[in-house]
Design a protein around this ligand. Structure first.
Ligand code: PEP
Length: 244
């Protein structure tokens, strides 16, 4: 049985006052679904120090443990600050920082070595969908971004169509179901049925309180990776509630 997961990606948003918002999410995080918030790196330690019944994650990590990499953060540092998860391969990282599947794979290995679970993001652009290449793109990203050694504990896969992120556009439930079923089948083939069935699959892209329940009813959707609507407790609480 896969535990549902409501994951929030705060991106480059959040000064220390945002910890009040996090504290307001705390009580709802004690339900059936697991709750994960990935604040900016500056807030990982203070967020974890609140001791709320929710997990804290980073939004990226370097592939190396330590060294001359100005501005980067290692998986070990995130772990040391209290994180238990890290988002990897988000489309904004792939686009803004020229991250490719092989980088994501190396980062994923580093995250696992440090004891973090990885939320690995995959998703097609609008032109790739319009060219009917969605499943090929997803297959390539999964094959390239995931190292050997995945388990239901160390890996979560987030399907995030690039064209749905921050746009208010959402694929229809058949499209979401098609991709999630496809990802599940690929994971079973690569890692074996037991592991493939235990990895949680999240949908991400313009999830809001008003569409969450419909999306969560789709087969193989085990929760959501939420950007904008995870910043405020008033928006995120009903999404968590829809999973409970
Ligand atoms: C995201 O950035 O991971 C995301 C899904 O953003 P939004 O929910 O704002 O579309």
């Amino acid at each position: 049985m896969r535990r549902k997961l409501a994951a929030g990606n705060w991106k480059m948003n959040g000064l220390s006052a945002a910890l009040d918002e996090l504290a307001a999410m705390g009580p709802a995080a004690d339900g059936k679904a697991e709750v994960l918030i990935c604040p900016p790196a500056t807030l990982v330690a203070p967020a974890a120090a609140l001791g709320l019944p929710l997990a804290i994650g980073g939004q990226d990590c370097h592939a190396k443990d330590a060294g001359a990499h100005t501005g980067d953060i290692s998986a070990a540092m995130l772990k040391d600050a209290g994180a238990t998860y890290v988002i990897l391969g988000h489309s904004e990282r792939r686009a803004d920082h020229d991250e490719h599947d092989e980088h994501v794979r190396e980062k994923c290995r580093a995250a696992w070595d440090a004891g973090l679970a990885a939320v690995v993001c995959v998703g097609e652009t609008l032109s790739e969908r319009e060219a009917q290449n969605t499943l090929d793109i997803i297959a390539g990203q999964l094959a390239g971004s995931l190292p050997d050694g995945a388990t239901g504990h160390n890996l979560v896969v987030a399907y995030e169509p690039v064209w749905a992120i921050g746009t208010g556009k959402v694929p229809d439930v058949d499209q979401i179901g098609e991709v999630h079923d496809f990802i599940r089948a690929r994971l079973e083939k690569r890692f074996g049925e037991g592991v493939g069935r235990s990895v949680r699959l999240l949908y991400g892209g313009s999830v809001k309180p008003g569409n969450a329940a419909e999306i969560f009813a789709v087969s193989n959707v085990d929760g959501a990776l939420v950007g904008g609507a995870s910043l405020r407790a008033d928006d995120f609480l009903p999404i968590i509630e829809a999973l409970n």
